[in-house]
Design a protein around this ligand. Structure first.
Ligand code: PLP
Length: 412
């Protein structure tokens, strides 16, 4: 396998290590092939809000497997999960299941382009929307407007339609609309960014993005692949009341199995084949195993109790981490929202891609390796979010803090 992995961040390159090979997980703990035990704050990068091997999820998957893993025809489970998603999200009248977040965002922009008859999209620097060609852009030569490819193998003729704006900076969005407004099919954004550390969008900023997209008839896409069912039963849109035209989902709605989904307003979704003419398909889309795992997960989240619990755990953990770091003379920026958190190794305020570059990634790498040796598994990159699961408890938080204390002591 290239780099020994099937997804780049698993290579631990940015913390100067070789890939860990995992053997099993249980609750909030994972074990590597050398039988080292870790308290896990990666949670498979977001899906495992109930921890590893949640009993009800495991049972549901096992039972479903006995009835067949895929039919290539509609099954009741797809309908059930679709109904749960439509009920949870105010903006979703209809939803299409796919197999990954990447597929969801890729399909959502195809749909937005078809619906508007326009080509250009706006994305924000530091937001991640999977690896489809149109999203792999980086800032060009200091100028706003079109980005350049951030990976070889992508024709300029594709990325020239992707405009790059600054997160939490409405002026950059206004400029893009002033220059290209009538050609902009969609604006896609993580309403709480979870791929440059944790950077929530300011409400005024999101409100203004909603206004300007409505004004120009552009489709607003909230990429809630991470935030869908992470902060509440629904998405960031349920909390802020700022409603997108389309929403992309993944991670939690698959309960640990490969899944994605995109959905939104009826008249837009009706353009998707076979009802409409916008082609999008999938051999294993909506397979009963993934649907079952998602349903079994959402059922446990529905009454909201677990979110209250996660909020308490998150509040305690983030507060105590701050105190601990300060006791080591490190006055770093720690962001936390519900069960998502990130320790930014910088004293600067962070609010967009540029500002998070002030982080001391070398120091994070040292802290990371020390902490791993003390049995705590954070994401192996400064610019990823840590997740608490409902399988973590107060004792795990205490063990984590003790380990972090040791990791910091080792750095002196
Ligand atoms: C993970 C992620 C994706 C991509 O999902 P995959 O299932 O890895 O393809 C898209 N958008 C956001 C916000 C993500 O965090």
């Amino acid at each position: 396998m290239p780099g020994g992995v099937n997804s780049p961040v698993r290579a631990f390159k940015s913390v100067g290590m070789d890939p860990l090979i995992m053997k099993r997980g249980s609750g909030c703990r994972i074990y590597d092939e050398d039988d080292n035990e870790f308290i896990d704050y990666v949670g498979s990068w977001g899906p495992l809000i109930l921890g590893h091997c949640n009993p009800a999820v495991v049972e549901a998957i096992a039972a479903a497997a006995k009835n067949g893993s895929s039919f290539g025809a509609t099954c009741a489970r797809e309908i059930e999960l679709a109904e749960m998603i439509c009920e949870a999200f105010p903006s979703i009248d209809k939803v299409r299941m796919v197999n990954s977040g990447t597929e969801a965002t890729m399909s959502a922009i195809r749909l937005a382009r078809a619906y508007t008859g326009r080509n250009k999209i706006i994305k924000f620097e530091g937001c991640y929307h999977g690896h489809a060609d149109a999203f792999l852009v980086k800032a060009g030569s200091g100028m706003l407007t079109t980005g350049s490819q951030s990976s070889p193998g992508i024709p300029r003729s594709i990325t020239e339609h992707t405009l790059l704006c600054k997160y939490n900076d409405i002026e950059s969005v206004k400029k893009a609309f002033m220059q290209f407004g009538p050609d902009i099919a969609a604006v896609i954004i993580e309403p709480v960014a979870g791929n440059m550390g944790l950077i929530p969008a300011e409400i005024e900023f999101l409100t203004a993005v909603r206004e300007i997209t409505s004004m120009y008839g552009s489709i607003l896409i909230f990429d809630e692949v991470i935030t869908g069912f992470r902060l509440c039963y629904g998405g960031v849109q349920n909390i802020t009341g700022i409603i997108p035209d389309l929403t992309t989902l993944g991670k939690i709605i698959g309960g640990g199995l490969p899944v994605g989904a995109y959905g939104g307003r009826r008249e837009i979704m009706d353009r998707v084949a076979p009802q409409g003419e916008v082609y999008q398909a999938g051999t294993l889309a909506g397979n009963p195993l993934a649907m079952t795992a998602g349903i079994a997960t959402l059922k446990q989240l529905k009454d909201g109790e677990l979110y209250d619990r996660l909020e308490v755990l998150g509040y305690l953990l983030a507060g105590k981490i701050r105190t601990l770091f300060e006791a080591h003379d490190l006055y770093y920026t720690i962001k936390r929202l519900g069960s998502m958190f990130c320790i930014f190794f910088t004293e600067e305020e962070v609010y967009d891609y540029e500002s998070v570059q002030s982080c001391n990634t070398g120091q994070y790498a040292t802290f990371y390796r020390n902490l791993l040796n003390c049995g705590v598994y954070l994401p192996p990159s400064q610019f990823e979010v840590s997740f608490i699961s409902s399988a973590h408890d107060l004792k795990d938080i205490d063990i984590t803090l003790e380990a972090m204390g040791k990791a910091l002591d080792m750095m002196k």
